[in-house]
Design a protein. Structure first.
Length: 249
């Protein structure tokens, strides 16, 4: 049999081309040889055996998973709709290929079920006011569930909490009542402090009658200046005696 050199050259080029694999810096190539796991290779250029070897590329970059809206009933029986965002990445490419068929879909399902479970165990006030605690609990549970797949969950954040309109009105009314209560408490405290100061001032003036008379004259002067008119007040005899130094008798 005579071989055409051109045909042989073309065949060699095709074999080499099908053998060459290039894996980027943020990727790893998981190789199976005749169905058996060889391992993960990369980054860079390497060769595989055509037909015998099969390679699956896995990215190591952090991926953002949008957890869709979940309808949940909180611990205090309030229906809410919540959604979240999950940040994760592959830290073990071989596990991500061998242990689960689709690690992205699996992480999404775990995130949804965990979100419903955690929110269902919390009160509405806790869900609205203690968001960091809820996020931390979600991250720990999802990370623990996906660890056998070679997945590391770094951040889970609850994005939005939707509550019924009727409940929104009730919360607004409760907040308004709380503001009114605080305003009344502040006014009461102010009146109490003012009364206490007036009581102290009255005690001081009671010990020194001349102080009271001087305060009386000051008040008369302030009233006349503000109104721009002449005002006649009866002048007590005690005031004249206090000014002249005479004793009433």
């Amino acid at each position: 049999m005579i071989f055409n050199p051109v045909s042989v050259l073309v065949l060699v080029v095709i074999i080499l081309y099908s053998s060459i694999r290039i894996v980027k810096e943020y990727e790893r190539g998981v190789i199976f040889r005749l169905g058996r796991l060889v391992g993960a290779k990369g980054p860079g250029l390497f060769f595989v055996v055509p037909v015998i070897d099969k390679m699956t590329k896995i990215t190591l970059r952090t991926m953002v998973l949008d957890v869709p809206v979940q309808e949940v009933i909180t611990k205090d029986n309030v229906p809410v709709k919540v959604n979240a965002v999950c940040y994760f990445r592959v830290i073990d490419p071989t596990k991500a290929v061998v242990e689960i068929e689709n690690y992205i879909f699996g992480t999404s399902q775990i995130s949804q079920t965990t979100l419903r479970s955690v929110v269902g165990q919390a009160d509405l006030d806790e869900l609205l006011q203690m968001r960091e605690k809820i996020n931390s609990k979600l991250q720990q549970i999802i990370d623990q569930q996906t660890d056998p797949w070679g997945i590391k969950v770094s951040i889970v954040e609850v994005k939005d909490v939707q509550i019924p309109e009727q409940m929104q009105r009730a919360i607004a009314a409760q907040a308004e009542a709380e503001r009114d209560r605080r305003a009344k408490v502040i006014n009461a405290e102010g009146e109490f402090q003012a009364a206490e100061k007036l009581s102290q001032a009255a005690g001081i003036m009671g010990k020194n009658p001349q102080t009271l008379q001087l305060r009386y004259l000051q008040t008369v002067s302030e009233i006349s200046n503000e109104n721009g008119r002449t005002i006649i007040f009866p002048l007590p005899i005690e005031l004249l005696n206090a000014i002249t130094g005479k004793k009433s008798g």
